[in-house]
Design a protein around this ligand. Structure first.
Ligand code: C2E
Ligand code: MG
Ligand code: MG
Ligand code: MG
Length: 281
């Protein structure tokens, strides 16, 4: 009897595995087509300077708009792109698109509106990343300080020396660099002083739990002091409430990003927000 149950478990297991595999292969196939058919697009989420209340830039966030009108968020496909290598072509597309937008915004607004682009671990490890970025800046005729790269802590896991070397190669170009989701990954405290980093982005987990877990105040304060002492700007992501906004401002956080100010929005709406600020100033 036990043997029979065992076999049933095995069958259920392989069935689940098959389903997962089929879903992955289907997703990979659909994603390839999506790239070819131009179904990827970027939304922009403003970053706001606490000191001035003005938009200081934006983060570009990828979406997949299917012909059926569905807007698929990156959590549903970025990991598949990463595993299959599709991320390399997606990443190049994101970079060009974001640089074009940054160029256009600078011309329209008469001041730089830096755009930040997320770089996945696999992309970061591409040997020609710095050259690709140089080429893209040239192609779009964009000043390097109008482009920022967001790199998560988890990227550094296997080879810290190589990681730091790549950061320096990128910094030489003159672009801005940020550590994304700071505080949640494999901790990089020991290395942080060696990073040529302009910005620390505090992970939204610390911000969203502020109200129910006051211990997060200690972490937030510590990250802000740490980053600023190393000459970095500190930005909080995932700011949703007035309370969170006011608290972060009171402890000297430099910038915020979150639904409290704006969700990620299409380029045209982001431009309207900027225009609106311009007309009020
Ligand atoms: P991330 O870089 O940490 O981006 C922040 C995520 O938090 C975004 O999710 C954003 O929409 C969301 N968010 C912003 N404000 C709030 C808020 O107040 N509350 C809450 N609950 N969430 C907020 P999104 O757009 O779904 O992106 C998820 C992740 O996908 C990103 O995390 C990033 O790791 C990845 N990603 C997005 N676009 C790209 C891309 O072009 N390339 C790569 N490699 N990864 C990307
Ligand atoms: Mg990011
Ligand atoms: Mg983040
Ligand atoms: Mg994240």
């Amino acid at each position: 009897k036990a043997k029979k149950a065992g076999r049933n478990n095995y069958q259920i297991y392989t069935q689940e595995l098959n389903e997962a595999l089929t879903e992955r292969v289907t997703m990979e196939y659909r994603l390839r087509l999506a790239i070819e058919n131009g179904e990827l697009l970027l939304h922009y989420q403003p970053k706001v300077d606490f000191a001035t209340g003005l938009i200081s830039g934006a983060e570009a966030l990828i979406r997949w708009q299917t012909p059926e009108g569905e807007l698929i968020p990156p959590v549903k496909f970025i990991h598949i792109a990463e595993e299959t290598g599709l991320i390399e072509s997606i990443g190049e597309w994101v970079l060009i698109e974001a640089c074009k937008k940054a160029k256009e915004l600078k011309e329209k607004m008469g001041r730089p509106i830096p755009i930040a682009v997320n770089v996945s671990p696999r992309q970061f490890k591409q040997p020609n990343l710095a050259q690709t970025i140089k080429n893209t800046l040239e192609l779009t005729n964009l000043d390097p300080d109008c482009l920022e790269l967001e790199i998560t802590e988890s990227t550094l896991i296997d080879d810290a020396a190589k990681f730091i070397q790549t950061l320096h190669a990128l910094k030489t170009i003159g672009i801005k660099l940020a550590i994304d989701d700071f505080g949640t990954g494999y901790s990089s405290l020991a290395y942080l002083k060696d990073f040529p980093i302009d910005r620390l982005k505090i992970d939204k987990a610390f911000v969203s739990n502020l109200e129910n877990d006051p211990a997060n105040t200690a972490i937030l304060k510590a990250i802000i002091v740490l980053g600023q002492s190393l000459g970095m700007k500190v930005i909080a992501e995932g700011v949703e409430t007035r309370f969170q906004h006011d608290y972060l401002q009171s402890i000297g956080c430099d910038e915020l990003q979150g639904y409290y100010f704006s969700k990620p929005i299409p380029a045209i709406e982001f431009e309207a927000l900027l225009q609106n600020q311009l007309s009020k100033s």
